[in-house]
Design a protein around this ligand. Structure first.
Ligand code: CMP
Length: 156
């Protein structure tokens, strides 16, 4: 099992899309092991997007991400990082493929609804940033797991 960090950005919250987006991840077979809605502090968002600090869009990005509450979640599954990135779609929502979350719900490069970790290294550091306390998460295995995966081939 792999873990990845997903943020539902303030546009997803304001547009009332939180439930529909989470439902897509759950329907795919990923399971939640952490979930929190809050207004994240500017310093945390700045650290999260540290790699973009020198980019021209950095100021707008931090302002947008702190303009209202957002949702942080931990999703788990086999190859969860790559699976989630494919479900989310291309960064520019106008160009994201139909069937992806951004492709179906978004029209913007900046207001693109979702952030998802892009590698095992970024997942590890982003999970540590948003879910530093093990008590923020629940360790559990869905009863559906042996039906979502072939246990002998994929979970051994
Ligand atoms: P995200 O996956 O959260 O990672 C960085 C974010 O910066 C990206 O989604 C976009 O919302 C935002 N962004 C805005 N402009 C750009 C740009 N020109 N290139 C990349 N990311 C951008």
């Amino acid at each position: 099992m792999e873990r990845t960090l997903v943020l539902l950005k303030p546009d997803a919250v304001q547009r009332g899309l939180v439930g529909r987006i989470i439902a897509r991840f759950e329907a795919k077979g990923l399971h939640l092991s952490g979930l929190e809605l809050r207004s994240f502090p500017t310093e945390l968002i700045e650290r999260h997007y540290e790699v973009h600090r020198e980019r021209p869009f950095y100021g707008n990005l931090v302002a947008f991400m702190t303009a209202g509450p957002a949702v942080a979640m931990v999703l788990e599954g086999v190859d969860a990082i790559a699976v989630v990135r494919r479900l989310v779609g291309a960064t520019n929502a106008r160009e994201a493929a139909p069937g992806t979350i951004r492709g179906d719900f978004g029209m913007s490069f900046s207001n693109n609804l979702v952030h998802a970790s892009d590698s095992p290294e970024s997942a590890a550091s982003e999970l540590a940033l948003f879910f530093p306390d093990p008590e923020q998460r629940a360790e559990w295995s869905p009863v559906s797991e042996p039906w979502v995966y072939n246990v002998a081939e994929e979970l051994s």
